[in-house]
Design a protein around this ligand. Structure first.
Ligand SMILES: [Zn+2]
Length: 286
């Protein structure tokens, strides 16, 4: 884990999202979870050793690479917080994968964390650990000397949440930001995403913890907006040339720009084709 500030730790070097921990006097608060059993167990043990217990888990979104570990955090005693819309898509994976969520999870653990496979619960045992507390617009949690200001900031997903911790000059944004890796647009709303990205620039922060990739400051907002503009401009150009949606899919590709986040190169084609279709539909509806 990388220590960002005296009380903030994050893990950016494993397959899955960037799960993070904020240590407070009253216990630890997790923001998102590892998609990796051994790592989950280590992060929970680390938090318990440092501050005695895990008090809360805040989910920034419903995607499985963020909520995979809800089961383990719930068992560790965490109260789970998320946006009310998270329940619409909780534990669902994109239909293109053509697998149940449980089979998808088992497949990942088999490949990346095989020694922990015996600790993967059966489908029946798997606790569907949905949030205990949901909110619609904004929720402010005070714990010890820390403030967790949870804002509904849709964009990457309808239920997207940003967690601003002013005492640590840090905001956790989930997949509204991808750093140095491919942006997934499968559940994105462009107008909301641009609005939520611009909002980040108004915060007094040193660190913006993304959903994937290394932690950066506000330059990551500029970089993400540029990547989004490049996607839209490329598809707009195709439309202007009279290309159909599927011709755009065939001819437009940003695979050379950066890799997919750690450990999932097989998703590159899905991301590219899906992103073109998202951009095409958005532009044609404008
Ligand atoms: Zn996501």
């Amino acid at each position: 884990m990388q220590q960002l500030t005296p009380n903030v730790y994050t893990e950016t070097e494993i397959r899955g999202c960037d799960p993070s921990i904020v240590l407070t006097k009253e216990g630890a608060v997790f923001i998102d979870t590892a998609q990796w059993i051994t790592n989950l167990e280590q992060m929970i043990a680390f938090a318990e050793e440092k501050v005695g217990c895990v008090k809360y888990l805040i989910n920034t979104e419903s995607h499985i690479d963020h909520i995979f570990g809800n089961h383990w955090l719930k068992k560790a005693g965490a109260t789970i917080i998320g946006h009310e819309k998270i329940l619409d898509s909780f534990f669902k994976i994109p239909p293109a994968f053509n697998m149940t969520t449980h089979d998808y999870n088992v497949d990942i653990i088999e490949r990346q964390d095989p020694e922990a496979l015996d600790r993967m619960p059966s489908e029946e045992e798997y606790i569907i650990a949905t949030p205990d507390i949901t909110f619609s617009d904004r929720l402010t949690l005070k714990l010890g000397d820390h403030t967790f200001d949870c804002f509904h900031k849709p964009g990457h997903s309808p239920e997207q949440v940003s967690v601003y911790v002013p005492e640590e000059r840090t905001v956790f944004v989930g997949d509204n930001i991808f750093n140095d890796c491919q942006i997934w647009l499968h559940s994105a709303d462009f107008d909301q995403l641009f609005e939520s990205l611009d909002w980040l620039l108004t915060l007094d922060v040193d660190y913006i913890v993304p959903g994937h990739g290394p932690v950066k400051g506000k330059e990551s907002v500029v970089e993400n907006k540029q990547f989004l503009y490049d996607w839209l401009a490329a598809v707009a150009d195709g439309i202007n040339k009279g290309w159909s949606k599927e011709e755009c899919v065939e001819r437009i590709n940003f695979a050379d720009r950066c890799p997919v986040d750690i450990g999932q190169p097989e998703c590159m084609e899905y991301i590219q084709t899906n992103n073109v279709r998202k951009c095409y539909d958005y532009l044609m509806n404008k």
